[in-house]
Design a protein. Structure first.
Length: 47
């Protein structure tokens, strides 16, 4: 039995997606947005 799985049907990222994933400014922006959403969620949960 083999534990190796292939994902031949998986969609490959486009050139724009790869460029965005490598761009540090885009990564920082997504990080900031995610953290802001988490902060809002936590503050609303504590009454």
């Amino acid at each position: 039995m083999s534990n190796i799985r292939t994902f031949s049907d998986a969609r490959l990222p486009t050139d724009n997606e790869v460029r965005a994933r490598r761009n540090l400014l885009v990564q920082f922006w997504r990080f900031a947005v995610l953290n802001t959403k988490m902060i809002v969620m936590v503050t609303r949960g504590h009454h």
